[in-house]
Structures are given as C-alpha cells and as structure tokens.
Design a protein around this ligand. Structure first.
Ligand SMILES: [Zn+2]
Length: 93
C-alpha cells in the first residue's frame, strides 16, 4: 500500500484519475522527496504548489538538481523515513 493518502492528495488537484496511485519517492541523485502518480507518470515536486509537476519520460532531468540520469525510488515503509522531514507529511496515510 502507498504511504500517501489518495483522498487527501487529490483535494489539492484540479483533476484526478480513478487508477492513480500516489507514491512517496526520493531521487537517487540528490535525495529530494516527491510524489509520483504511477498512472500518468507525473512527478509532484512541491508540497506547497501542485502546479509544479513534471512528466517522467526518458528525457526528463532531475527537477531538483538537473542531472540527466536519475532514478526515483519509492519509499515503501514509514520506517525508511523515520525522523526525516519529507515535506509531504500532510498527505500521509
Ligand atoms: Zn537530483
């Protein structure tokens, strides 16, 4: 199960898809937290502004540090982020 609560998250969006699952992720290059919409492969990068979103495709650069090759790794367990401020706390399950 995702760590992110779909209902809470979608309250801040203008559009939604039934199939969307929101995953809390971390970039492997610079260790920033973001939310991935696993259905339409969007990446939300600013908890305070949901308009700051990028599409994840093969040309995508890290939206935080700008490197060409980056991976986003899903956080699957709250234990992984114990005592870590992700900025996305308001949307936790
Ligand atoms: Zn980065």
């Amino acid at each position: 199960m995702s760590l992110i609560n779909k209902e809470k998250f979608e309250k801040n969006k203008d559009y939604e898809f039934k199939e969307s699952v929101y995953e809390l992720c971390k970039t492997d290059c610079c260790g920033k937290f973001c939310i991935k919409d696993s259905k339409i492969l969007e990446l939300f990068i600013n908890p305070k502004d949901f308009n700051e979103v990028i599409l994840i495709n093969k040309d995508a650069k890290c939206p935080f540090c700008g490197v060409d090759k980056f991976k986003i790794v899903e956080i699957k367990d709250f234990n992984e982020i114990q005592n870590v401020k992700t900025g996305w706390e308001a949307y936790y399950n």
